[in-house]
Design a binder for this molecule. Structure first.
Ligand SMILES: [Zn+2]
Length: 442
């Protein structure tokens, strides 16, 4: 019986490994319509058939940025690569403080004053999450407040920024405590196969958060009001009807109190589906730009990107938990006595579980980015076909150059980009214009 069970587990692990490899391979070899090679092939056809040149049109858009604006945007985006690295170093340092300096043992001792093991675990998770929050706060303040102000991207005062930080910390504390408590129930009850239950718990919460966050968490930070009746609203609803977005509800929200970035989303399910536009989009963009941005968001919604992400990230988490299960046991054999961690179901090993998960996600950065980037390419093409406003699309994309590097190197785009680069997106829009609009419309 045990042999059959072990064989079954090995088969499930093998299936996950193969699925992951196929997923990664499929996503990285996906025929990215914005690739240079494809562009050249199509452009040569376009040039033969009419006078509009997508390359020249793309360059015209890119040349609207002054050298100072471009170098500022490059510096901001490239600084983000270092933030990723230093964030990881910070995480390792925090894990070392908890494990080697005995902070984890001290919290466990505190939690053991209660009798129920689930309450003990909840107390541990609460203390751990609060201490990690406090330890990472200086880095957080630099990366997400001072640096954002340095580049003119945030409109929040420190007081308002900190208040929002505390609200999101409270939400994180509640969700994280429940997930980790359930994970340790699985670790105690099912032992060997805990990672299957760990994966299921993560997927259930991920689904809940993706579906609920924009409707219930969004209003905690911003005020949502119905968009007044006007021509723009009718045009957006017309695109929604033509493509099957089941809603006639459009909201605007006061995002300008936080940022200068333009943004929109289509959220909810069935009768709760709604379209939301931030006030920056409404106040700084033309109707053609607004329709392109909203059509992009409709693309994400109608192409079920949210659900596809849950499947991809669910698999990534499941595979990660298998690796963590294996590496945790190896490390505990070496350091378990020193750190006083009995086994993987011992809550004082939580900092080790967390750092192994962080390292795993850090290593997967290019794969995670690539999966998201492919979804963005699909939504861009949907937007071009649905709104039929390639210049509106290109102009809206140019507005993201404040915080996205315009023209990255090949490997830079593969490793760090979760959206296509600005150059790729505009090039894609201009090629669409060359092939899909008649001469008068160009
Ligand atoms: Zn998108």
């Amino acid at each position: 019986m045990t042999n059959r069970k072990n064989k079954l587990i090995k088969i499930v692990k093998l299936v996950f490994l193969i699925t992951m490899i196929i997923t990664c391979f499929a996503s990285s070899t996906y025929a990215n319509p914005t690739s240079e090679r494809n562009n050249k092939e199509v452009d040569s056809v376009v040039l033969k058939t009419n006078m509009f040149n997508p390359d020249t049109a793309t360059q015209e858009y890119l040349s609207k940025l002054t050298p100072e604006q471009k170098s500022k945007s490059d510096a901001y985006f490239e600084g983000g690569y270092w933030l990723l690295f230093w964030n990881m170093v910070y995480d390792v340092l925090i894990a070392w403080i908890f494990l080697s300096l005995g902070l984890s043992r001290w919290i466990k001792k505190l939690a053991l004053k209660t009798k129920n093991i689930n309450i003990q675990n909840l107390i541990y998770v609460g203390c751990y999450t609060l201490l990690v929050f406090l330890m990472i706060l200086p880095f957080d303040i630099y990366a997400n407040f001072f640096r954002e102000h340095q580049y003119g991207l945030s409109n929040l005062t420190f007081g308002n920024w900190f208040t929002e930080k505390m609200v999101s910390f409270c939400i994180k504390l509640i969700i994280e405590s429940i997930i980790i408590m359930l994970l340790y129930v699985a670790l105690r009850k099912v032992k060997q196969n805990w990672w299957i239950w760990g994966g299921i718990i993560s997927i259930v919460f991920m689904t809940g958060i993706i579906l609920i966050a924009p409707i219930f968490i969004g209003p905690l930070f911003n005020k949502y009001t119905p968009l007044p009746e006007n021509k723009l609203k009718e045009e957006i609803l017309s695109i929604a009807r033509a493509n099957g977005v089941p809603t006639n509800q459009i909201y605007q929200y006061d995002n300008s109190k936080q940022t200068n970035a333009i943004s929109a989303n289509v959220s909810g399910l069935g009768s709760t589906t709604r379209i939301s536009l931030n006030d920056n989009l409404l106040n700084t963009c033309t109707p053609a730009e607004i329709k392109s941005v909203v059509a992009h968001e409709m693309g994400h919604y109608l192409l079920n990107h949210g659900y596809k992400m849950i499947v991809f990230f669910g698999m990534i988490i499941l595979f990660g938990l298998v690796l963590i299960n294996w590496s945790f046991k190896k490390i505990i054999n070496l350091r378990g006595c020193k750190w006083q961690i009995a086994d993987i179901s011992d809550i004082s090993g939580l900092p080790l579980l967390m750092i192994l998960f962080s390292l795993y996600m850090f290593m997967l950065t290019p794969i995670r980015n690539d999966i998201m980037l492919q979804k963005e390419v699909e939504a861009d093409l949907f937007a071009l076909n649905a709104a039929r406003e390639p210049d509106g699309f290109a102009a809206a994309v140019m507005k993201t150059s404040d915080y996205r590097k315009v023209d990255p190197g090949y490997w830079e785009e593969i490793i760090f980009y979760d959206h296509p680069s600005i150059k790729s997106r505009i090039s894609s829009a201009m090629r669409w214009k060359a092939e899909n609009l008649d001469d008068e419309a160009k």
